[in-house]
Design a protein around this ligand. Structure first.
Ligand code: NAD
Length: 279
């Protein structure tokens, strides 16, 4: 592609479903600023008051020349790639549109059940799908370091995962915290379902050796903080990540979008995008 892709109209057409949401707005900013991307449109839920409003740059307020629509299928049809940070029911529906119209689907929605995820697996037979609980480079590095540390430390080291998010978050533990639990379990060669300890309240009894514990905090406008601690008698190792702004997830999602567009159909994650070792 030539350098001034936007001017020559060769930039990739990226649509954003849920463009009025917290992540949606961050994505609008990153796409509008990106030299190789062109915003092809944005949608919101049918009954949202935002439908019909102008899509503006979240920082500069600049008018994109587009208005928020409610027809997600049309957006998939008119885009090379659609980025989707919405809610599980919407993401399941969107993955059907991606497969039908041959559109790359970048899915960041969390709280998806294994049943919901089947829709992404199905779409991935036809189109590239990048699905990740966390699109930031730093958190994916944390995933890798967590797996590595868990593979080197035995169960004398109690693994505890702590996360904090803003007061509006609706699912808990966060998708990222669960992802960290998966990585820790993989590193240790155990099944997370067998060892995860998600709720502690009242007389819980002593901690079970080998368990992976989760704790959740909610409040303010925290974009996302995660730590994994390995706790043995007399020493603790703590790996942590703090997201200062949602733009880190948006930048990662756009990076994934530009990476995925030339790939064959398949289900990818950020380890694929960033070239991090999977084993
Ligand atoms: P939000 O509630 O601010 O935004 C979601 C938006 O999606 C809302 O504007 C909502 O109206 C819209 N929406 C819902 N159904 C829709 C539909 N059918 N069509 C179009 N729009 C629809 O939430 P948020 O904080 O932006 O987070 C969105 C999702 O992304 C959550 O699941 C969150 O956990 C996840 N998230 C993932 C990452 C990551 O890196 N993977 C990072 C941050 C947030």
């Amino acid at each position: 592609m030539p350098e001034d892709y936007k001017v020559q109209n060769q930039a990739l057409k990226i649509g954003i479903v849920g463009c009025g949401g917290r992540m949606g707005q961050a994505l609008v900013g990153v796409v509008l600023d990106h030299p190789k991307a062109r915003l092809s449109g944005g949608t919101e839920q049918q009954d949202s008051l935002r439908v019909g409003q102008t899509i503006r740059h979240p920082v500069t307020g600049a008018d994109s020349g587009l208005v928020i629509g409610a027809n997600a299928e049309q957006l998939f049809e008119n885009s090379d790639i659609v980025i989707d940070f919405t809610c599980p029911t919407a993401t399941v529906m969107h993955s059907g549109f991606a497969a039908k119209h041959g559109t790359v689907h970048i899915a960041g929605t969390t709280g998806m059940t294994p049943e919901d995820e089947k829709a992404l697996h199905h779409a991935a037979k036809t189109v590239p799908v990048v699905y990740a609980a966390n699109f930031s480079l730093g958190v994916n590095l944390l995933f890798y370091l967590t797996r590595k540390a868990a593979s080197l430390l035995d169960d004398e080291y109690d693994i505890e995962i702590l996360e904090m998010h803003h007061r509006h978050k609706v699912d808990a533990p966060s998708g990222t915290a669960l992802g960290l639990g998966q990585q820790a379990a993989r590193g240790r060669g155990v099944d997370l379902g067998q060892v995860s300890d998600r709720v502690r309240d009242g007389i819980t009894g002593e901690r079970k050796r080998g368990d992976i514990g989760f704790a959740v905090l909610r409040g303010g406008n925290v974009a996302g903080e995660h730590s994994v601690s390995f706790n043995a008698p007399d020493e603790r190792i703590i790996l942590s990540h703090k997201a200062g702004d949602r733009a880190i997830f948006a930048r990662g999602a756009v990076k994934a979008a530009l990476w995925a567009v030339d790939r064959p159909a398949g289900l990818y994650d950020m380890f694929d995008v960033l070239g991090l070792p999977k084993e």
